[in-house]
Design a protein around this ligand. Structure first.
Ligand code: SAM
Ligand code: SF4
Length: 333
């Protein structure tokens, strides 16, 4: 396959990092992502098949995409996910595949995922306390996530990272336990600021626990945090280590310190829509090209024009901000 000029947007950002949502279904109902009940999911026949996803990624790889992250909804509820991972890992040019999961089904699937070639896993867990876990996710399953983490370790995954959305007034009391967990387990815990992508349109800036505040609280308890080098300057997380060498934590400060200037990511939704930004208000229909006999050249043109239209950054911190119609579970986080 011939490679093509890379995907560069009108601000000079090169896009090599694709996030693939494989389903919008989920076995939890985190309040910042999904409605509590009566969720309308995409009809199964509207989900891209593994063949369609594979074709899209093959084309994207010709445009310089070398990094993939599988997400959702909850990607582990999509049947035969290891088959897709194996398929994607074999595509020319794909060098790195990661997965974001809530961990509930990891106990059952960790070994098969590892055998399929997956090496990097992020497990989302916002609370070490089961009561808080249920308040956030509105479902049971805390024990299963902890079992899933252990299964991922046993299967050989490295690195395993925990992603914890920090919510003022709800998970503040989890910060110190998470700091302790990072120090004792060797797992890196990354704190994510709450973004306006909830289904209820109830996001409120006052509920965002800013990275700087989380950092101060951890330092007050465990001593200074020292910045680790940034091997990948496009990575959204700022990573730190406690000065005594025990424990790593990171901060994804999407609201208080936006990292749009270095963004190299774009997304394909489970129903085949291309989005150049989480907060984009427009999307590009790839599924019709895939299903109605469109050519690879048409797909390349659509991808290029989507990237070209990408805005300079999100506008969460301005009065101009408009929350997208699609909440996080439907876009793919
Ligand atoms: N179900 C999987 C999971 O939870 O990891 C994958 C999809 S989930 C949408 C991906 C990530 O987005 C999770 O770490 C989740 O906590 C995060 N997320 C969802 N809604 C968010 C919001 N409104 N603000 C910040 N992070 C959010
Ligand atoms: Fe499901 Fe992940 Fe959204 Fe929670 S954050 S509801 S686990 S998709």
């Amino acid at each position: 396959m011939t490679s093509l000029p890379p995907l560069v947007d009108s601000f000079g950002r090169r896009h090599n990092n694709l996030r693939l949502s494989v389903t919008d279904r989920c076995n939890l109902r985190c309040f910042y992502c999904m409605p509590a009940d009566d969720v309308e999911f995409v009809a199964r026949e509207e989900l891209l098949t593994f063949e369609e996803i594979g074709r899209f990624v093959t084309v994207a790889a010709r445009l310089g995409v070398d990094k993939l992250r599988i997400t959702g909804g909850e990607p582990l509820v999509r049947r035969d996910l290891p088959v897709l991972i194996e398929k994607l890992a074999a595509i020319d040019g794909i060098q790195d595949i990661g997965l974001s999961t809530n961990g509930i089904l990891l106990g059952e699937q960790a070994r098969d995922l590892f055998a399929a070639g997956l090496r990097r896993i992020n497990v989302s867990l916002d609370a070490l306390d089961p009561v808080r876990f249920k308040e956030v996710t509105r479902r049971e399953g805390h024990e299963k996530v902890l079992e899933g983490l252990q299964a991922a370790k046993d299967a050989g995954f490295d690195p395993i990272k925990i992603n914890a959305v920090a919510i003022r007034g709800l998970t503040e009391d989890q910060l110190i336990p998470f700091g302790r967990f990072a120090r004792e387990s060797g797992v890196e815990v990354r704190f994510i600021e709450f973004m306006p992508l909830d289904a209820d349109n109830a996001w409120d800036r006052n509920r965002v626990l800013f990275a700087s505040e989380i950092r101060s609280r951890l330092e007050a308890e465990f001593g200074p945090l020292v910045a680790r080098g940034r091997p990948d300057p496009t990575a959204p997380s700022s990573d730190f280590e406690f000065a005594d060498g025990r424990g790593r934590v990171g901060f994804i400060a999407s609201v208080s310190e936006p990292f749009c200037g270095m963004c190299n990511r774009f997304r394909l939704t489970a129903d085949g829509k291309l989005r150049n930004c989480l907060f984009s208000l427009i999307e590009t229909d790839i599924k019709t090209i895939l299903r109605d006999g469109g050519t690879d050249e048409q797909m390349i043109e659509s991808i290029r024009s989507s990237i070209h239209e990408k805005a300079e950054g999100h506008e969460i911190n301005t009065a101009r901000f408009v929350q997208p119609d699609r909440p996080m579970f439907s876009i793919g986080g």
